[in-house]
Design a binder for this molecule. Structure first.
Ligand code: FMN
Length: 185
């Protein structure tokens, strides 16, 4: 059974609310076990446990928060080279649109790539004007329906890739399920 970890840091709760939505989206794919961990409670064993992980951080100065960076710098440092090949994606809450949330996602993806993870973006839309090409983003709390859908979409796509790659379930490949796609236009 494929395993998904939603690992997040949230200083004031906004990224935490995104994490709940990402986890809910991952749970939509049957046969996938989903675990959510706040970064202070997370351990390297959580990373070893999963086949795929979604990592979320508040946007801080346009990049990931120091607490999330510290987890990878310190807790995970001695595990580098031992956790390659997991599927990974990113999400971030910023103070406002244009505040650097996508750059924060990119900085998370950079860390994940460094650890040998297989990172992805999403081509589908969570509504008419919102997608997660570089990860799911929100301005403050994810209130808007499109933003909430896009967080769920990211989690669902992660679970689909885990089902395909870790469990060999080719029927879960997004291209094999055109009825579940939400492409623009
Ligand atoms: C130290 C610090 C740096 C921040 N830097 C940015 C930033 O570069 N861009 C931005 O839009 N918001 C910035 N913010 C605002 C947070 O990203 C925003 O409030 C976010 O929703 C917090 O998420 P959280 O509730 O999960 O902690 C910053 C906040 C803090 C505390």
């Amino acid at each position: 059974m494929g395993k998904v970890l939603v690992l997040y840091h949230s200083a004031s709760g906004n990224t935490g609310k995104m994490a709940e939505l990402v986890a809910a989206g991952a749970s939509e794919i049957p046969g996938i076990e989903v675990r959510t961990r706040e970064v202070d409670a997370a351990t390297p064993e959580d990373v070893y446990w999963c086949d795929g992980l979604a990592v979320g951080s508040p946007t801080n100065m346009g990049i990931l928060s120091w607490k999330m960076k510290r987890f990878w710098d310190e807790a995970m440092f001695h595990h580098w080279g031992k956790v390659d090949g997991k599927i990974a994606c990113a999400f971030s809450s910023a103070g406002g649109w244009g505040g650097g949330a996508e750059m924060a996602c990119q900085s998370l993806l950079t860390v994940l790539i460094n650890f040998g993870f297989l990172v992805f973006g999403v081509t589908d839309y969570g509504g008419t004007i919102t997608t997660a090409h570089y990860g799911a983003i929100a301005a403050r709390e994810p209130r808007d329906a499109e933003i909430r859908n896009t967080c769920r979409l990211l989690g669902r796509r992660l679970a689909e890739w885990v089902a395909v790659v870790a469990d060999g379930r080719k029927d879960q490949h997004p291209l094999a399920k055109p009825e579940s796609r939400t492409l623009p236009g």
